[in-house]
Design a protein around this ligand. Structure first.
Ligand code: ATP
Ligand code: MG
Length: 432
């Protein structure tokens, strides 16, 4: 009997996890510069929290939820995305109160769950890094948010990325456009994919999001939402594009872009990777403004804007663009113990070195000296300390620096009391 991980999940193994750490730490540092703070919400939520905010007719809620009834018969679901949980926490913890800075800026990172057909860059347990800024309707905040995402990808070292924006307008815009879209699509209803037939009646904007080839030609000629913007929505969108122009941030407008979640209004955006091999999974960041969501979850009217990035897709893009990820792998000291009698003393030595704040390792497999030196070399150990049974008897140890090639014997007590000084001495090149 052997077991396999569930379909659509991945084991992130040591070595690979260095890459994850790199993209996550880069995000933490950059987002802090923009005054975002980390929020950690539960991995599961009440089903209603997600259904209400994401929308019953979306693919996420209607097809992709990992929901179940717990032993207390509560309907819960693994979280499929981060915005609804953050907004739920915002309302529940009254983070809109006067004691908090506005806009309230929070970021998150972690696993999300969607029952999808797994493929490259599309998993059932995947990971997102996302941000939310709550409490301001200033269009320059939209631009700050998009700029932060673009800054992030630049910091990671990505070159082939593109910012694409659109406006979904306000309620009035949506109503007018919805009707125009129905009028346009209805005569072609029988030619649409099954999914789109359903969407046409439930949520016609979502037809534009269809990945089905059957729907593509209708999507291409669909009326543009930008022609239906209300005066306020039009002015808002103009402020956004004007600000992007002022900052010199390149962008494209795609009037057919919609988002898979129902709560978006006004500015929406995606960042696409043009690296080869991304296929239809080339969207690495998606976000926008949601101005009704806090109220929907029982809080005071509060505008919000945010984005979410797929970590698997970011890592794919980095690999496709051959970006070298810096690894912090290093070992300060390796203790080679020769002979069974050195076993206990070797552990005392590595522990002592670690207590000085250095990294240290030793052999636990009773291997011969030669194999241990090989391990030290492979780990890139800066100092190699060799303890044989004779040294143990004399209370000494041989220290060799692989950086300076210097070699010297020290009393063991020196290691225990002054390893930091020995390290400095052995690592300093000597010129003569
Ligand atoms: P798509 O159209 O690719 O299905 P989406 O509109 O469902 O994406 P969002 O809900 O906006 O995606 O999520 C934001 C980002 O999270 C996406 O742009 C993508 O990078 C990532 N993402 C979404 N779903 C998955 C998944 N199943 N596996 C891996 N990454 C994902
Ligand atoms: Mg999706």
């Amino acid at each position: 009997m052997s077991y396999q991980r569930p379909k659509g999940t991945n084991d992130i193994l040591p070595g690979e996890s260095d890459n994850w750490l790199f993209i996550e730490e880069t995000a933490r540092l950059l987002f802090n510069d923009y005054q975002y703070q980390e929020i950690r919400t539960p991995i599961f939520e009440h089903y209603e929290v997600i259904a209400r905010s994401v929308g019953d007719t979306t693919d996420i809620v209607s097809k992709e939820m990992y929901d179940f009834y717990d032993k207390g018969d509560r309907h819960v679901t693994l979280r499929p995305e981060g915005t609804a949980p953050v907004v739920r926490a915002f309302v529940e913890n009254k983070l809109f109160g006067p004691e908090y800075q506005k806009p309230y800026k929070a970021f998150y990172m972690g696993p999300m769950f969607r029952y999808e057909r797994p493929q490259k860059g599309r998993l059932r347990q995947f990971h997102q890094i996302g941000v939310e800024a709550l409490g301001s309707e200033n269009p320059t905040l939209d631009v700050e948010t998009m700029s932060m995402a673009m800054d992030y990808f630049k910091q990671l070292g990505l070159k082939n990325i593109r910012l694409v924006i659109n406006s979904l307008g306000d309620k009035e815009t949506r109503q007018n456009y919805r009707q125009a879209l129905i009028d346009y699509l209805l005569p072609h209803e029988n030619e649409l994919s099954e999914d789109s037939k359903r969407r046409l009646h439930e949520n016609p904007l979502r037809v534009l999001d269809s990945k089905d080839k059957k729907d593509q030609k209708f999507v291409t000629d669909a009326p543009s939402i930008l022609d239906y913007l209300s005066p306020y929505a039009k002015e808002y969108f103009e402020q956004v594009t004007k600000t992007l122009d002022h900052l010199g941030t390149p962008y494209e407008i795609d009037h057919r872009m919609v988002r898979g979640l129902d709560y978006y209004m006004h500015t929406i955006f995606e960042i696409m990777s043009d690296a080869p091999g991304m296929g239809s999974q080339s969207t690495i960041c998606a976000g926008g403004r949601y101005d009704g969501l806090v109220e929907e979850l029982g809080g005071p009217q509060t505008p919000g804007i945010g984005f979410a990035m797929g970590e698997e897709r970011i890592l794919m893009t980095l690999a496709q663009e051959d970006v070298l990820i810096p690894v912090a792998k290093q070992l300060d000291a390796y203790v080679v113990g020769i002979g069974a009698l050195t076993n206990i003393e070797s552990l005392k030595i590595v522990q002592s070195i670690r207590n000085f704040g250095f990294s240290a390792d030793r052999d636990f497999m009773d291997r011969k000296a030669k194999a241990q030196f090989k391990s030290a070399d492979k780990a890139g150990a800066k100092l190699i300390l060799t303890l044989g049974e004779a040294e143990l008897e004399n209370g000494t140890i041989n220290v060799k620096s692989s950086a300076t090639r210097a070699e010297k014997t020290f009393p063991l007590t020196e290691i225990y009391h002054h390893f930091d000084e020995i390290y400095d001495e052995m690592m300093t090149p000597v010129f003569d």
